[in-house]
Design a protein. Structure first.
Length: 94
């Protein structure tokens, strides 16, 4: 499951407050590479209108998250099949 910690929510809210269009910002997550210790992630706050149409969009604890289509399948694990809708970032919390 994708977990957004309270500290991460505070940081995201702080970044969003500095933006002109803070009401329409979403957190975009994409896997951009893989190394010896796992995936490398690209995290961005983007305007919801700029999110690619093929992104998978979910809301987690009040935060709208746009997951790059090609990355979404890599975030699902075999454990998620039992939970049917879980997203996993390899045990990493953001």
């Amino acid at each position: 499951m994708l977990t957004i910690t309270d500290l991460a929510k505070e940081k995201l809210a702080g970044f969003a407050a500095q933006a002109e269009d803070s009401d329409t910002l979403v957190l975009r997550v994409a896997i951009v590479g893989r190394g010896a210790s796992g995936f490398q992630y690209d995290l961005q706050l983007i305007s919801q209108k700029d999110a690619p149409e093929d992104d998978v969009v979910v809301e987690i604890d009040g935060v709208v998250v746009s997951i790059a289509e090609k990355s979404a399948c890599l975030l699902y694990t075999s454990d998620a099949a039992d939970e049917r809708s879980s997203v996993d970032l390899g045990g990493r919390r953001i």
